[in-house]
Structures are given as structure tokens and as C-alpha cells.
Ligand binder design. Structure first.
Ligand code: NAI
Length: 285
């Protein structure tokens, strides 16, 4: 599965998962825009060295890449990232929205700044870069977009209400864009990764040993490839295990005379997940 002639943008590609995605896409022939602001895990600071180091790795291995150090968190940043790709390579086939930060706090202690910063990078960041790349992909009738969601948004995790909300926002955006992009052959999917990176190394302990970030990248490469015929799908991936996460609707009950009491009486039947349908995206499969 190669990408000869294609161009990929990977945000937050200066380290961790994004670096692995960028290296592998380049190894398979894509020309890559390595975007990274180069800050700390909480999003403070900035440095050009992270993105440039990955570009140097790609170049040393015989690939083609450019470094781009804008923040995804502003509309101008998103535009600049896509403009850099167009100036250097004249097209964009693949966008991997991966840049991310953490500002964890129990909800009772969470400040407005912690909420704003996390939503700005994860959710608005994906909006900013995707909005800039959308007309480019529509024009050429082709695109592969991969969002990076999280088990925190899908299932919950203590101390990450800001992050969980931002990450689940990406799933909502994915569902809508997969419908809007279908007629232009733009597929939009998401991964929920589990990997040992600077973001997680302190909390993973021993379990982190098997969680090489390189074991997440194959799903991104598949979703970025023209062979990928899935859209609006979410894949949980970590340590070599890959599963689909989906939103199902239970068979539930139908009662034209519904009352609060009948809901209470039937709540176990309404909740019963043994029979369900999946909705979401065009022609789900
Ligand atoms: P990381 O901290 O190693 O990498 C994130 C990169 O994003 C950093 O290089 C950082 O400089 C860059 N970045 C941050 N803010 C930016 C901005 N405004 N503009 C451009 N670049 C920016 O973390 P990791 O683990 O590689 O995370 C990658 C993505 O995967 C994130 O979206 C994260 O939330 C998500 N994720 C990771 C999990 C894991 O187990 N490592 C679990 C679930 C989701």
C-alpha cells in the first residue's frame, strides 16, 4: 500500500504518534508536511526543532517532507499549514489531525482556561486545518481524513472532562463530514489510540511496554489509503489490537401511551444491548 505522488499533512507530527504516522507515510512514498508547534504536554512554549527533527529523519531515509510550525489552534494556523503543503507540493490527499495537549483536572477544580486550551487544540484545531483543506480535496474529488479521538471521550476517564468533550466533538464532526464529503470521495474516519508517548508514559507503567506508537500507525496508513472504503468509522488501536467502536441504537420499546412510569418499568429492556442497529455515515457497513 503505497502513496506515490500523494501529499499528507500530519499535525503534531514532531513526536509521539504523529511522528510515527509521518515516518511511515513518507516511507510508503507520500510527501509529508510535518506540522508541530513544539510545545510541552500542556501546550505551553514552542520550538521549531521537533518538526525539523522528523523532517531530517524522513529525508535521511530517502523521503520527502517539509517542517511547518504553526499552531493548529488558530484559523490562521490551519490556513498556513495547508498553504505550506500547496506551496511545496501543489496538492493534499491526506490529513491526519493528531496534534494534542492535556490540561487534566477533576471537574470541581477545572478552570475556564483549561477547558478553552484543550478544546482549542483538539477540536478547533481539527476544524481549522480541515476547513482549510476541504476545498482543496473537493476540487480534486479525493481525500482521506483521519481524526484522533480517545477512549476518554468514548468511554470516560477521571479528570479529563475538557479533553473528553473535545475528543467526542471530533466524532460528531467526523459523522457530519463523512456525509458531506461522500460525493467528493472524501472519507473521514477516526482512531482512538493507546500508545506509550510522553503524554501517557507516566500513567501507563508496565502496561506501556507493549504499547509502541508504531503499532497504532498501520490503522492510520490504512485509513489514509485510497483502498480504504470505510467512512465514519472509529477504530480503537493499541499494542497490535484493533477493534471498531460504534454507536448502536438498541431495539428499545415502542409505547404510544409512554409515561415516566412505563419508562421506569421498561428501562432494562430499553437499555438491553443484545439487539441493536448502527447508524452513522453514508451507507454504513
Ligand atoms: P505527544 O505529546 O507525544 O504528541 C502530541 C504532539 O502535538 C506534540 O509533538 C505537540 O508539540 C503537538 N502539538 C500540541 N499542540 C499543538 C498545536 N497547537 N499545534 C501543532 N502541534 C501541536 O502525544 P501523543 O500521545 O503522540 O498524542 C497524539 C494524539 O493522540 C493526541 O491528539 C492525543 O490526544 C491522542 N491520544 C493519545 C493517546 C495515547 O495513548 N498516547 C490516547 C488517546 C488519544
Amino acid at each position: 500500500m503505497t502513496f506515490d505522488g500523494e501529499v499528507a499533512i500530519v499535525t503534531g507530527a514532531g513526536r509521539g504518534l504523529g511522528r510515527c504516522h509521518a515516518l511511515e507515510l513518507a516511507r510508503r512514498g507520500a510527501r509529508v508536511v510535518v506540522n508541530d508547534l513544539g510545545g510541552t504536554v500542556d501546550g505551553s512554549g514552542a520550538s521549531t526543532s521537533a518538526a525539523q527533527a522528523v523532517v531530517d529523519e524522513i529525508t535521511a531515509a530517502g523521503g520527502t517532507a517539509i517542517a511547518e510550525t504553526s499552531s493548529v489552534a488558530t484559523e490562521d494556523g490551519g490556513a498556513a499549514i495547508v498553504a505550506a503543503a500547496m506551496d511545496a507540493f501543489g496538492r493534499v490527499d491526506i490529513l491526519v489531525n493528531n496534534a494534542g495537549i492535556l490540561r487534566d483536572a477533576a471537574f470541581k477544580n477545572m478552570t475556564a482556561d483549561q477547558v478553552d486550551a484543550v478544546i482549542a487544540v483538539h477540536l478547533l484545531g481539527a476544524f481549522n486545518v480541515t476547513r482549510a483543506v476541504w476545498p482543496v480535496m473537493r476540487e480534486r474529488n479525493y481525500g482521506r481524513i483521519v481524526h484522533t479521538t480517545s477512549g476518554t471521550g468514548l468511554f470516560g476517564n477521571f479528570g479529563q472532562a475538557n479533553y473528553g468533550a473535545a475528543k467526542m466533538g471530533l466524532v460528531g464532526m467526523m459523522h457530519v463530514l463523512s456525509i458531506e464529503g461522500a460525493r467528493n470521495n472524501i472519507a473521514v474516519n477516526a482512531i482512538a489510540p493507546i500508545a506509550r508517548t510522553r503524554m501517557t508514559k507516566d500513567i501507563m507503567g508496565e502496561a506501556g511496554k507493549a504499547m509502541d506508537p508504531e503499532l497504532v500507525t498501520p490503522v492510520v496508513v490504512y485509513l489514509a489509503h485510497r483502498y480504504c472504503d470505510r467512512t465514519a468509522h472509529v477504530y480503537s488501536v493499541g499494542g497490535g489490537k484493533v477493534s471498531r467502536v460504534f454507536i448502536g441504537v438498541t431495539s428499545g420499546i415502542e409505547d404510544p401511551a409512554l409515561t415516566a412510569e412505563s419508562v421506569a418499568d421498561s428501562i432494562d429492556t430499553i437499555d438491553d444491548p443484545s439487539a441493536f442497529v448502527i447508524r452513522g455515515g453514508p451507507a454504513p457497513r
